[in-house]
Design a binder for this molecule. Structure first.
Ligand code: C2E
Ligand code: CA
Ligand code: CA
Ligand code: CA
Length: 279
């Protein structure tokens, strides 16, 4: 195997080198992106499923790169995590999103909330609570209007630490949402132990509802179970009227997805808010 593997190895190594080189290049661009103002935040509207009223939005970061065009956060967030840049970026997104939500409030939409994704690295900074406090203070946003989205894996790792941190955030009035619910090690006891205000049913479930009756049953059970714990349910990735109708019937509280609206620029979001009735 060793003698015949030589050329194969060299080939593999070439490929690997190319992909490492691409990562290194992208990392350099990512670092520059900050100073070049290449990041912006998009806002995906969230609605109350029963009334259809817009109740807020999720902030989703975008990278408009000179070298790579529009890069998906699915591609650059992991890189930003590896390089530690996520701390600076995440803080910027949080501040930008809170500032925008404050604008909505000033425009008379006082009940809207803003959901912001927080990565594991960010969450584990010793001064995370102080950072959040500082941002709420500087933007003047009511803490009750902010919701922080974390994934199950963030919670499970270092549970005691997380519990203390989440308690502090919840005590400030900030909402805590479990993102991509159902894809990790979610457990009932976890939901009971932590001050969770919301779960977001992962879009893979919403997608598979269409084909699979069994997935519809699982989603219905998730909603019932979560409601018993006094937790609000958001479904993400809603793409059709049919999915919306099922979720409505199951009593799902809130929703977001292309069927409702795609992630919008701050300006487009403001325009949408002008067109939709105030709640
Ligand atoms: P996520 O938090 O699960 O966000 C939902 C993703 O689904 C977004 O992708 C959104 O654009 C997309 N989406 C919305 N509606 C639909 C739909 O109807 N169908 C389908 N198939 N997809 C839909 P996006 O914006 O590309 O973000 C990908 C992921 O990157 C996010 O997943 C989140 O984990 C991460 N991310 C985005 N912004 C941030 C951020 O500011 N900080 C951190 N730490 N992560 C972020
Ligand atoms: Ca999210
Ligand atoms: Ca999600
Ligand atoms: Ca996700």
């Amino acid at each position: 195997a060793k003698s015949s593997g030589g050329s194969q190895y060299r080939f593999f190594s070439k490929e690997l080198n190319a992909s490492i080189q691409r990562m290194v290049d992208m990392e350099a661009s990512l670092r520059r992106a900050f100073d070049e103002n290449e990041f912006y935040v998009a806002y995906q509207p969230q609605i109350d499923i029963e009334s259809g009223a817009t109740i807020g939005a999720e902030a989703l970061v975008r990278w408009n790169s000179k070298e790579y065009g529009i890069v998906s956060p699915a591609d650059f967030i992991p890189l930003a995590e590896q390089t530690g840049l996520i701390l600076k970026l995440g803080q910027w997104v949080l501040e930008e999103a809170c500032r925008e939500a404050k604008r909505w409030e000033r425009a008379g939409r006082t009940s809207l909330t803003i959901s912001v994704n927080v990565s594991a690295k960010q969450f584990k900074q010793p001064d995370f609570v102080d950072i959040v406090k500082g941002i709420l203070h500087s933007t003047g946003l009511n803490p009750a209007k902010l919701c922080i989205e974390i994934t199950e894996s963030v919670v499970i790792d270092k549970l005691m630490f997380t519990l203390k941190l989440l308690d502090e955030l919840a005590a400030m009035g900030i909402g805590i949402s479990i993102d991509d619910f159902g894809t990790g090690y979610s457990s009932l006891s976890l939901l009971r132990q932590l001050p969770i205000s919301m779960i977001k049913i992962d879009k893979s479930f919403v997608a598979e509802m269409v084909e699979e009756r069994s997935v519809r049953a699982v989603v219905a059970a998730m909603i019932t179970m979560t409601h018993h714990l006094g937790i609000t349910v958001v479904a993400e990735g809603i793409e059709s009227e049919q999915q919306m109708a099922w979720l409505r019937e199951m009593g799902c509280d809130k929703g977001q997805g292309y069927y409702i609206d795609k992630p919008l620029s701050a300006e487009r979001m403001q325009a949408r808010l002008k067109e939709t009735p105030a709640i």
